[in-house]
Design a protein around this ligand. Structure first.
Ligand SMILES: *[C@@H]1O[C@H](CO)[C@@H](O)[C@H](O)[C@H]1NC(C)=O
Ligand SMILES: *[C@@H]1O[C@H](CO)[C@@H](O)[C@H](O)[C@H]1NC(C)=O
Length: 463
């Protein structure tokens, strides 16, 4: 029987001193409540180009003063190199903040053998006690070995049918997100639940994939055996991610950092589709991936190189297929951390940065690798795209169109001096300062850091 109006009224009266929603009807109480609920906010660091912007360096700077560092999307298809006290660490799935504070992975997809291998490699370089600092959400989806095999098969098929590949890292990230969207994926909570149940679901998943890819062979029993072992190793690190984040946001003041992987132009929705990754690399991904409200987003830092690079194929309007591009490639050591592939190089593209800013609402920007431009006589910056001689105000969604745009450049004289020893704004040559100020004004976002080298000390902080 439905509860009567009088019962509802009585219940509300009874709990009048405990239930905030009752008190909140009153304006004075509402203001007090808002004051009491000054929630912690997260700082988000995002790639503003096609990845490899040096997010790791910014994260590393901020991580030293953070209490919690979070990953919210992607998998071990990303790569950050972090240099601390002369030691070089490589991170793919682990939050690069794992060197210091606590770290949590939520919204990511996890390949367990890859996770442990990565941790062990970094252990050899001096990383200690990571198991106690890493927290993994039980809602995270699992990447299986066969997802990685399928990733390879799909690329081969694309090559055969369309004559082109996406250029994925073959880490199985795309197929895993596809399983997730098709609602057949398996999560950490499944692995750590009833293993018999998990085994059945795993076998069904394998069957589904085998019906799609006839060449796929999976040794189900040995896979399950390994997964069980990995699951037990992972168990102590697993928490309910939503509850964990809620507590972190509502407890005593905490500095929380969210480390974006991949980048704006690789975002599944806003990137240069289909040459993108399969997760959300823009600011919304921090909310959907971590399960936190938009109100808890604080600073949003966009990271961009002082030029542009891109791995794999797809349109790249400011690409320089000549000596300039080669110079940027060699001076910048532009080789992928995850894949070892050479990156394509070109001038800084402000159309892209403005577009990334429209989506993410950056509160500040980090401009990295300025020193790579040190030897150039002339430096160009793409400021607008033209189609048939006419400027367009937006970044085209259509790839054929993007291939056709003509870039309008602004040219700057090079500073022709070594900036790698600069530690303050005043140490930078006037011409370099002009370049930075132009970029800042054009995007309309303050530049907070300028990077002139690999290590922590090489990030010049402006404010
Ligand atoms: C990313 O966004 C899509 C919608 O575009 C959503 O279906 C998906 O769950 C999101 N993934 C994450 C990890 O936030
Ligand atoms: C370098 O190549 C790009 C196209 O890849 C071209 O637009 C540019 O003019 C070239 N620069 C020089 C100096 O040849």
């Amino acid at each position: 029987t439905p509860v009567s109006t009088s019962t509802v009224k009585r219940r509300l009266r009874d709990s009048a001193n405990k239930k905030p929603y009752l008190r909140l009807a009153n304006k004075k109480n509402r203001l007090r409540w808002a004051k009491e609920h000054r929630w912690n906010k997260v700082t988000v660091v995002l790639g503003a180009q096609w990845g490899d912007e040096g997010k790791g360096k910014v994260v590393d700077l901020l991580a030293t003063e953070s209490d919690l560092v979070c990953r919210c999307q992607g998998g071990n298809n990303a790569g950050h190199t972090v240099v601390v006290e002369g030691k070089e660490y490589d991170f793919h799935l682990l939050p690069s903040g794992i060197i210091n504070p606590k770290s949590i992975c939520n919204g990511v997809v996890i390949h367990l053998p890859g996770l442990f291998e990565e941790a062990e490699n970094n252990e050899k370089k001096g990383l200690k006690g990571w198991e106690k600092r890493l927290i993994v959400s039980d809602r995270a989806h699992l990447v299986f070995d066969f997802h990685q095999v399928v990733d390879g098969i799909q690329e081969t098929q694309r090559q055969a049918t369309e004559g082109k590949i996406i250029g994925t890292t073959k880490k199985g990230i795309g197929p895993t997100y596809a399983s997730k969207a098709s609602r057949i994926g398996l999560r950490v909570c499944d692995l750590l639940g009833d293993f018999k149940e998990f085994s059945t679901k795993f076998k069904n998943l394998v069957k589904q994939y085998q019906s799609m890819y006839s060449s796929l062979t999976v040794d189900t029993e040995s896979q399950l055996k390994k997964l069980k072992e990995y699951g037990e190793r992972l168990r102590p690190m697993v928490r309910d991610g939503v509850y964990y984040m809620y507590e972190a946001l509502h407890g005593p003041p905490k500095r929380i950092l969210v480390e974006g992987a991949n980048a704006a132009l690789l975002d599944i929705d806003f990137g240069t589709y289909p040459f993108v990754t399969s997760s959300n690399c823009t600011v919304g991904g921090a909310c959907t991936g971590l399960g936190i409200p938009p109100l808890n987003i604080g600073e949003v830092y966009g990271v961009s190189k002082a030029y542009t690079t891109r791995v794999g194929i797809g349109a790249f309007p400011t690409e320089q297929l000549n000596a300039t591009g080669e110079l940027l490639q060699t001076r910048g050591h532009e080789v992928g951390v995850t894949t070892g592939r050479k990156r394509r190089c070109g001038w800084l593209d402000l159309v892209i940065l403005k577009y990334a800013h429209m989506i993410n609402g950056f509160t500040a920007i980090a401009l990295t690798k300025l020193d790579i431009l040190d030897v150039l006589d002339e430096i160009k910056v793409g400021v607008a795209y033209k189609i048939n001689g006419k400027r367009i105000p937006h970044f085209p969604a259509n790839m054929e169109l993007l291939h056709k745009v003509e870039v309008e450049y602004e040219t700057f004289p090079g500073w022709k001096s070594d900036t790698s020893a600069a530690r303050k704004w005043n140490n930078l040559p006037q011409k370099a300062q002009n370049y930075i100020r132009f970029v800042e004004n054009h995007i309309g976002v303050p530049i907070k850091w300028v990077g002139v080298g690999k290590s922590r000390e090489c990030m010049i902080q402006m404010f």
